[in-house]
Design a protein around this ligand. Structure first.
Ligand code: SAM
Length: 228
C-alpha cells in the first residue's frame, strides 16, 4: 500500500511522542491525502499539521465521545471517505483511543491500514538496558481497584515489565513496585525525544532517591526487570 489514501480506508497513523520530526514520510503523505482526520486533541494535532503545512478537516475522537463518534465515522468510511485516526502522541490504540473504531471498521469489512511510527514504550524499552528479548506492556497500573492484584501478578513475571505513569503518581508507583517486587533494576525514562529527555537507570530504591531530590516533571515510562 502506498502513502496515497484509498477511498473508504481507515488509517491508524502514529505521530511523534515529543519531537515533531519523529514522523514518517508515509504518515505525512497519508495525513495530507485523507478526507478527514479524527484526532484525540484537535488543538494538539493542529500544531503537528501546521508544522507539515497540512490543512485537513479535523474531528475530535477521544475516550468520552468514542461511542457516539464511531457510527458517524463508520458511515463516512462506507460513503467512501478516507479517515486518519491520530492520538495526542505516539501510536493510537496504545493506551489511547482507537480500538473501537478499528473493531467497528473491521466488522463492516472496511480496510484498516496502520502507519507505524513512534510509541513511548518501545522507545523506552530499547534504551533501558534491560532485556528486550521478552517483555510485557501493562500500560498504566490501575489507580484504585485492581491495583494490588495487578502488582501481585507482576511478582512472578519473568519478562521485562513496561509501564506508563503520570508525574503525580510516579513516587507512589515506584514505592509500590519496591514493596511488591523488591529492589529490582529499573529504567525510568522521562520526556523521551524532548529537550529534557532523561533516563534514570539503577535499582528502584535509587530511582526513588533520585526523584526525592529532583522535581518530578514530564511524562514517564518505567521499565522494570522481570523476576530472575
Ligand atoms: N499512544 C501513546 C504511545 O504510543 O506511547 C501513549 C499515550 S498515553 C495516554 C500517555 C503516556 O505515554 C504518558 O503518560 C507517558 O507515560 C507515556 N509517554 C508519552 N510520551 C512520552 C514521552 N515523550 N516520554 C515519556 N513517556 C511518554
Amino acid at each position: 500500500m502506498s502513502g496515497q489514501a484509498q477511498p473508504g480506508t481507515l488509517f491508524i497513523v502514529s505521530t511523534p511522542i515529543g519531537n515533531l520530526e519523529d514522523i514518517t514520510y508515509r504518515a505525512v503523505k497519508v495525513l495530507s491525502s485523507v478526507d478527514l482526520i479524527a484526532a484525540e486533541d484537535t488543538r494538539k494535532t493542529k500544531i503537528l499539521l501546521n508544522h507539515y503545512n497540512i490543512s485537513k478537516p479535523l474531528v475530535s475522537y477521544f475516550s468520552y465521545n468514542e461511542v457516539r463518534r464511531v457510527p458517524e465515522l463508520v458511515a463516512k468510511l462506507k460513503n467512501g471517505l478516507s479517515i486518519a485516526v491520530v492520538s495526542d502522541a505516539g501510536t493510537p490504540g496504545i493506551s489511547d483511543p482507537a480500538f473501537r473504531i478499528i473493531r467497528a471498521a473491521l466488522d463492516e469489512h472496511l480496510p484498516v491500514v496502520s502507519i507505524p511510527g513512534a510509541t513511548a514504550f518501545l522507545t523506552a524499552l530499547v534504551t533501558s538496558g534491560l532485556s528486550t528479548h521478552r517483555f510485557v506492556y501493562e500500560g498504566f497500573l490501575p489507580v484504585k481497584k485492581g491495583r494490588t492484584t495487578m502488582l501481585n501478578s507482576l511478582r512472578t513475571e519473568e519478562r521485562t515489565i513496561v509501564l506508563y505513569e503520570s508525574p503525580h503518581r510516579l513516587m507512589r508507583t515506584l514505592r509500590d513496585l519496591l514493596e511488591t517486587l523488591g529492589d529490582r533494576e529499573i529504567a525510568v525514562a522521562r520526556e523521551l525525544t524532548k529537550k529534557f529527555e532523561e533516563i534514570i537507570r539503577g535499582r528502584i530504591s535509587f530511582a526513588i532517591q533520585h526523584f526525592e531530590r529532583n522535581q518530578i516533571r514530564g511524562e514517564f515510562v518505567l521499565v522494570v526487570e522481570g523476576e530472575r
